[in-house]
Write a protein that binds this ligand. Structure first.
Ligand SMILES: [Zn+2]
Length: 69
């Protein structure tokens, strides 16, 4: 998780909020966020970062369940 320079906009399609966090583009896509364009990093505003964290928790849980003996 990285910090973001001031003035950078959220990468989610249709969102014009200022980004507060950057995450790996692939992970943001896996979390179900609709991103505009393609880049190495995805920049997320506060609201979408919360959504991302929530979605990642679900992904991690599913992966853990899959690995249970
Ligand atoms: Zn956003």
């Amino acid at each position: 998780m990285g910090r973001v320079d001031k003035g950078v906009k959220c990468s989610v399609a249709g969102c014009n909020s200022e980004a507060v966090r950057s995450v790996a583009f692939k992970k943001a896509g896996e979390a179900g966020l609709r991103l505009s364009g393609e880049a190495r990093r995805a920049y997320l505003c506060e609201a979408h970062y919360k959504e991302f964290k929530k979605a990642r928790r679900n992904v991690d849980r599913i992966e853990r369940m899959r690995w249970k003996p």
